[in-house]
Design a protein around this ligand. Structure first.
Ligand code: FHN
Length: 573
């Protein structure tokens, strides 16, 4: 069963696959023939791939109401308040007269982002509300319509130049809720929005795209929500973009395809996207634009582990901050940025310029790689003080980045090289062991994830249950409409010792499941391994290993038809 396989370095570069919020990764998948041409290996993507960590800034007029309109809390994202609260155009536009962010200082923001370890910035030049955060020929802009009268995008572009930070621009090319003809998800709610989208594209979207390109020379453009975009619209825009051969842009111009990278939002894809460039954009709490009452702040540990997970799957992590209307970055964000920066100062070499892991599964955590280096990210400190990896190479050096003076002894034991660590955990966020090996990397155990692509069944099916185990992460299993509970089972084809599970419920951060159990089949009976409440986008749990052939996730309570996008079971090691 355990085969010895020699992995070439080229293959290694491709092997940045793994599974959702767990420590597992699988072997190479080659993009299918009919998939779009990937710019993975274009040299214009080099800096972006090297960077691995970018900062998103969502700042606009929506930071003034900050989630509250007419004294009422408006549900949803802070920057969507106009749409969700159905605020009339004329009324929303009045916020401009109040926008005066006196606390804002572009250089401080850029220095802060530099200290946090970001390698590029992406700023909202115009979000769906249509307000330009720069001096535009269109009058609804920060210089002409506010008492502030300063060009934010210009100032931050200048500061980026000064501090050698790559600068990128977000532009909402399709949705525009204050301009006649601009698209609006869910439909228009004010007659002032009526108009022709073609005219909007020709008269506002394209001229503004040209403006930001000509004025601020961004390295990248970040398009968003291609609502209503037609091929004729995007063709006109790409004609403009072609004049900037080094410019890169994401896959949201029209549909969620094309462009230079894929943009999973608020989740880390199950297997990454092997052979493609991708970037998970995520918030620090639940909103992009500032909301006074969103206190769902992620812990520093979660943020750092997200960065590590994304890098271990070969992607970039674009982490958002949403400044307040007076120009301050929320304290919780500042504190987290400091913690991330401190961690990266010690461990940055394990993130920047790395590719994903070559291993299918590491029970102690994750791995990134670079040339003759493997960076082991230890997230479960071993009780016996030993971590091991299935390779057969001479070890040149093994260094704990956070405790370089500690002498890590390595030895070969069977199919593994093992490393003896200090008794106590060094860094609860993630401790990095940098392993330098010699020769071509030889991986000794390449067993795939046990549940990957295995036969699945379900209580009922509107879509195939096997979609949840296909490792693709795009589509999943959905039970028949109207069901209030349901289960999804997988047959591993032989009794297997399973010690952990990862589940992605629905993509983004949705949490519909309210109670579920993981069960295994013992004879004819299903027995519970554990019961839990919510799942969300990146559920991972380890448990006392169980040997069985069939396992199932039993959704007992949910607010939506039972459905799971992806689930995988992992060996006990
Ligand atoms: O609607 C936007 C949202 O406000 C935010 O800008 C995010 C960031 O990726 N993009 C859209 C939702 O996909």
């Amino acid at each position: 069963m355990k085969r010895k396989i020699k992995v070439t370095l080229i293959a290694l570069l491709m092997m940045n696959l793994c599974a959702e919020n767990n420590f597992a990764q699988t072997n190479v998948q080659t993009p299918k023939k009919n998939e779009e041409k990937s710019t993975f290996n274009d040299s214009k993507m080099d800096w972006w791939k090297e960077a691995r960590f970018g900062m998103f800034i969502h700042w606009g007029l929506y930071s003034i109401p900050a989630g509250v309109y007419n004294g009422k809390k408006i549900s949803g994202l802070g920057e969507w308040i106009m749409n969700k609260g159905k605020i009339p155009v004329a009324e929303y536009m009045k916020y401009a007269a109040q926008f005066n962010p006196t606390k804002y200082n572009a250089e401080e923001w850029v220095k802060m982002s530099k200290d946090a370890g970001f390698k590029y910035l992406v700023v909202t030049s115009k979000h769906h509300d249509g307000f330009a955060m720069y001096k535009s020929a269109h009058p609804f802009n920060i210089v002409d319509a506010t008492p502030f009268k300063r060009d934010w995008v210009q100032e931050i572009a200048d500061a980026c130049k000064k501090y050698d930070m790559k600068f990128g621009i977000y532009y909402s090319q399709a949705q525009d809720w204050t301009e006649p003809g601009g698209a609006a998800e869910g439909g228009h709610w004010d007659s002032a929005q009526n108009g022709n989208m073609k005219d909007y594209i020709d008269n506002k979207s394209i001229p503004q795209i040209k403006e930001v390109l000509e004025k601020y020379h961004p390295t990248l453009l970040w398009f968003d929500t291609p609502t209503g975009m037609k091929p004729e619209f995007s063709r006109k825009i790409t004609d403009v973009l072609k004049q900037y051969p080094n410019l890169i842009y994401n896959n949201r111009l029209e549909g969620y395809r094309g462009g230079d990278w894929i943009t999973p939002e608020q989740y880390i894809p199950t297997m990454g996207y092997p052979g493609k460039n991708w970037e998970s954009c995520m918030t620090m709490n639940d909103t992009w634009g500032f909301k006074t009452y969103d206190s769902a702040w992620k812990s520093n540990k979660e943020l750092i582990r997200n960065l590590v997970e994304v890098a271990s799957k070969g992607g970039n992590y674009l982490l958002n901050v949403g400044p307040t209307s007076d120009g301050a970055i929320p304290t919780q964000s500042i504190n987290s940025l400091k913690a991330i920066g401190t961690w990266l100062k010690t461990n940055g070499q394990s993130i920047y310029g790395t590719t994903g892991t070559p291993f299918s599964y590491l029970p102690f955590g994750r791995c990134t790689s670079k040339k003759d280096m493997l960076y082991l990210h230890i997230q479960k400190w071993p009780t016996n003080g030993v971590v091991k990896i299935p390779i057969d190479n001479p070890i040149v050096k093994a260094t704990l980045l956070a405790q370089p003076k500690f002498k890590v002894v390595s030895s070969k034991v069977g199919n593994y090289i093992q490393f003896k660590l200090p008794k106590n955990e060094i860094d609860t966020f993630t401790t990095v062991l940098a392993v330098q090996y010699s020769g071509e990397l030889k991986i000794t155990i390449t067993e795939p994830i046990p549940s990957l692509k295995k036969v699945a069944t379900a209580s009922s099916e509107a879509t195939k249950p096997s979609l949840a185990f296909d490792g693709n992460g795009k589509k999943g299993w959905i039970a028949k409409d109207g069901e209030k509970a349901g289960w999804l089972a997988v047959d591993l084809q032989k009794p297997t010792s399973i010690g952990s599970i990862s589940i992605t419920e629905a993509g983004k951060a949705d949490k519909f499941v309210k109670r579920f159990t993981l069960e295994y089949k013992d004879g004819n009976e299903w027995k519970t391994i554990f019961e839990d409440k919510t799942i969300g986008a990146g559920y991972f749990k380890s448990f006392k290993p169980i040997v069985a052939q069939e396992f199932r996730i039993n959704i007992l309570e949910t607010s939506k038809t039972p459905q799971l996008k992806e689930a995988q079971l992992y060996y006990d090691e």
